[in-house]
Design a protein. Structure first.
Length: 382
């Protein structure tokens, strides 16, 4: 089991209507903000829930929502230029992974003098970041609690993981009301990704008693959100339970590590702009089957906490039931079941495997894996 290090940062707030207090919290860290908004928030009429609290508390701000399909170095440079010209004192980022990653990048690099491409090579981020407040609207963010920042190199479409301050975010706010507009299909896809990340963190070589505690509780909440509570004593709405689960999985994976499915999903998204949730869901049953050969007991424990397997089942039986259930959920929600269903070739996927194998994150996945191992996983899922 890996060493346990606990930092009480950032502050975390979770609950319905917490976004309505954004202006109050923002005024504690500064007076002028750049608000980075996921363009989808405007499409689903959620922009006012972010902006109105700032107006009511007279927090000076301007909105940046020129986010295309991915967070590339060019997008970061454009956002940085605007933030510096406006002399902002902080960043507010609201939306999915793209908006949160862009907000983290601008806050981390705001006081740096070097070009962003220098940090892709040997330069280290050394200047202090400006205050950052994050509002994830998709119930989870796999990097927001870590010291890693994913940015796409615009020259090659390869993902780069920059090292940032562990205390980059001052505040992370989870408001289930910001995710109520997600479709049933999107919610199902996100739920499978949360389960995939949870399993990876639980299997990781860097897992600790603390990450195990978070993951076990998170998957219990996830089972309540997807399959209902086994008792009438739990009356929390499913959307809020899923938000709680996603937050705890994000914390648990930060204390442990992401795994092969998350790593491949990140690299496939970087090169081909394919949803990380869809890719993780497709890879999940294969991750379960792979892990059944070396950590069957831990895989079985997750399956039993999720109520996918019964308590009396053997570890091997529980693992089989778990992988079968993952495939059934993909079919039930009419989600892609094979990587080829994403209109991508195995030759293209081999590039993503190479990218994944070159990242430092490969050293902390659930077992020792090479680029060849990652490609074998891709072929099985193809």
């Amino acid at each position: 089991m890996g060493d346990f290090t606990f930092r009480i940062s950032p502050n975390i707030i979770l609950g319905s209507y917490t976004a309505s207090r954004l202006g109050q919290f923002a005024s504690e860290y500064g007076e002028r903000y750049m608000v980075i908004l996921d363009p989808l928030l405007k499409e689903v009429n959620l922009t006012d829930k972010i902006i109105q609290p700032l107006v009511e508390h007279q927090v000076n701000h301007f909105v940046f929502d020129d986010i295309t399909t991915s967070v590339s170095a060019n997008t970061v440079e454009n956002a940085l230029k605007l933030a510096r010209e406006a002399h902002v004192q902080g960043i507010i980022a609201a939306g999915g992974a793209k908006a949160i990653s862009l907000g983290r990048a601008v806050a981390a690099l705001f006081n740096e003098k070097q070009n962003i491409y220098n940090f892709f090579d040997e330069a280290k981020i050394s200047e202090q970041p400006i205050p950052l407040i994050c509002l994830p609207t998709t119930m989870r963010d796999t990097f927001v609690f870590t010291d890693q920042l994913p940015i796409i190199d615009s020259r090659s479409r390869k993902i780069k993981l920059l090292k940032v301050s562990p205390s980059l975010s001052k505040l992370v706010m989870f408001d289930p009301n910001l995710s109520v507009t997600l479709s049933e299909n999107q919610t199902s896809s996100i739920s499978l990704e949360i389960l995939s990340v949870a399993l990876e963190a639980y299997l990781s070589q860097k897992a600790t008693f603390f990450s195990d505690m978070l993951i076990e509780k998170a998957v219990e909440l996830l089972s309540y959100s997807t399959d209902g509570s086994p008792t009438l004593t739990i009356t929390t709405p499913a959307q809020e339970l899923l938000c709680q689960s996603g937050m705890m999985v994000s914390l648990g994976s930060a204390s442990s590590s992401l795994g092969a499915a998350s790593l491949l999903s990140l690299c496939i998204n970087s090169r081909f702009n394919i949803s990380r949730s869809l890719t993780a869901g497709i890879l999940l049953p294969h991750i379960i089957e792979d892990a059944s050969s070396y950590k069957a007991d831990r895989v079985a424990k997750i399956a039993k906490i999720m109520r996918i397997a019964s308590p009396e089942m053997s570890a091997s039986e529980a693992c089989e039931k778990f992988s079968a259930e993952a495939r059934q959920r993909l079919a039930k929600e009419q989600l892609p079941a094979r990587l080829k269903d994403l209109n991508i070739s195995v030759e293209q996927l081999s590039l993503a495997a190479e990218d994944a194998g070159s990242l430092d994150l490969i050293n902390s996945v659930q077992r020792s894996m090479s680029t060849d191992d990652l490609f074998e996983l891709i072929k099985k899922a193809f």
